[in-house]
Design a protein. Sequence first.
Length: 272
Amino acid sequence: MLRVLVVLVLVVAIVVALLWWQQRRLVYFPDPSEVPPAADVVDGAQDVELHTEDGLTLGAWFVPAAPARGEPDRRTAVLVAPGNGGNRAGRAGFAEQLRRSGFAVLLLDYRGYGGNPGSPSEEGLALDALAAVDALADLGFPPERTIYFGESLGTGVVAALQAVRPPAGVVLRSPFTELADVGAEHYPWLPVRLLLRDDFPVSDHLAATDVPVTVVYGDRDSVVPTRLSEQVADEAPTLFERVVIEGADHNDPVMFGPRVARAVARLADAVR
C-alpha cells in the first residue's frame, strides 16, 4: 500500500507540474497567421505598428470613423482589446459597426497573435495595451478621447490599463472577476488558484476607479459564467450601464453586433 501511495503521489505531482508548465496553452489560443493588409479587409483602414516597452513591434489596424447617415462623428476612438482566441481579422465586422457609429477604432493584436512576435502572458499583454494607447495618441486620440473596449480576456487587459492610463470610459464585454474564478469553473478538479500564473483581477482593478464603466454580457454564456459578469457589474463603483443580452452565448454574433456598438455609443455620449 505504501508503494501504491508513493506512486500515486508521484503521478499527481508530475501531472500538476506539467499543467503548471503548460498552463498558458489552456489560457491563450492565438491564431498566429499573418493577416492581410488592413485596407483589403476594411475600406480605408490602415496598418499601424505598436512598439512595446520590452522591444517588440506589433501589427494592428486603425479604422477611421465613417459615420452612417444620422450618426455624428464622435471624435472618439475605441481601443478594442480582444479575447484569448483568433486575431484582428476576426474583429473586422465589429470595427465596421463601431466606425458606422462614428468612432475611430484601433484593433489590437497581442504578442503571438496575427503574425506578431512573442508569446502571450498577463505582463506581456499589459505592455501591448500600453503600446496601443501610445499609438492612438500619435493618431490624435489621447486616452481622454478614447473608450477602452475589452472582450472576455481583454476585460482583464483594459481593467489594468485604465488604472494607469485613465480613458474617457470602459466597456467590458463578458468580464470575469478574476481569471482563477473562470478556471475553477472549467477545471474544478485542479488547484487552479495555486497553479495560475496570470491573474487578470478585473474586480480588483476596478475597485478604486473613477472611470465610467459599462458591462455587457449574455445570460447563456458557456465560457465566462454569467454570475461572474453580474458580479463585476454589481461591484463596479462607477457603473454607467449594465446590458444583458438574453439568450446569448459567449461568441454568438450578437455579442459583436449593433447592440454592443450602441452601448459603446451611449457611454461615449454620456462622458463627452
